[in-house]
Design a protein around this ligand. Structure first.
Ligand code: SF4
Ligand code: SF4
Length: 274
């Protein structure tokens, strides 16, 4: 794994919110002189679903995708693993950009679909603050004021974001959980485990099927068969497992033998302490 870089994404407090029914004139076109300049020297955070879609489109293993195309990063206080799309170190261009545009367009990441809109979200799922969209108007982008005038809602619909939002909801819920506000950092073991379950789904699948996992956890047979072959099912399952191991949520069922084992371990620890 390449050396990690510390980042803490900040909410853009100075940009005004833009409502779902507000209009904005914007069009991204190949004949604009800025075409693909937004695909270089940019920090793009990848979500687990972005990784799932992109590595599937490329037909490669998740571990290979992570090694070739990403840089790990961690939130400052809690060391929650984040992932950045790695720009080419020499040209600073995205590895997927060509003269004709994005070569993974149908499976491009959430952040690329959103641009030039951004989404500011509260730091906690329980916060009373509402998420809001904002419009990025950067000098490099000449699509503003061009062609189509559309509402934010129309823009979002046109970018195929619905599927992304549905698949990313459990990830978002986990990242915004109030547990993280207490400031406790993840141990390195848990950070590694979280990285695997978020992003390295092929490795996570091997972990499930090639370790004692299924002797410890009671998982419905139909679910076991689904996660064996279906990446989206596996991602949902990974989020449930992380809620169990990181937050102590009752999202997984331990088998009776695992309960006994845990009780014996606790009794052993207590006896050793007497
Ligand atoms: S993934 Fe595609 S749209 Fe996103 S930065 Fe790379 S080339 Fe551009
Ligand atoms: S800079 Fe703006 S208009 Fe130009 S290609 Fe990128 S998104 Fe489209």
């Amino acid at each position: 794994m390449p050396e990690a870089k510390l980042i803490q994404p900040e909410r853009p407090k100075d940009l005004p919110p833009i409502g779902l029914d507000d209009l904005f004139p914007f069009q991204c076109r190949r004949d604009l002189d800025c075409f693909t300049t937004c695909c270089q020297n940019v920090s793009i955070i990848l979500t687990p679903y972005d990784v799932l879609r992109m590595r599937k489109a490329l037909g490669i293993d998740s571990t290979e995708f992570l090694e070739k195309y990403t840089l790990p990063a961690f939130t400052k206080e809690q060391k929650l693993p984040l992932l950045l799309l790695r720009m080419d170190p020499e040209t600073l261009r995205c590895p997927f950009v060509s003269e004709a545009g994005c070569t993974v367009y149908n499976d491009r990441p959430w952040a690329c679909r959103m641009y030039p809109l951004g989404l500011a979200e509260p730091r906690q799922a329980t916060s009373r603050e509402q998420p809001f969209h904002f419009l990025l108007q950067e000098d490099l982008c000449h699509g503003h004021g061009c062609g189509n005038t559309q509402t934010v809602r129309q823009w979002l619909d046109g970018q195929g974001l619905e599927q992304f939002e549905a698949m990313e909801a459990p990830f978002k819920k986990l990242m915004l959980h109030e547990f993280w506000q207490k400031g406790e950092a993840l141990s390195s073991d848990k950070a590694v485990m979280t990285y695997m379950a978020f992003y390295d789904l092929d490795r996570f699948r091997r972990f499930i099927f090639e370790s004692r996992f299924l002797t410890l956890f009671d998982v419905d047979e139909s679910r076991v068969e689904a996660i064996r072959v279906d990446d989206e099912e596996l991602l949902d399952f990974a989020m449930e497992w992380l809620q169990f191991v990181l937050l102590g949520a009752r999202t997984m069922k331990l088998r009776p033998a695992a309960h006994e084992q845990a009780a014996k371990a606790t009794a052993g620890t207590a006896a050793a302490g007497e």
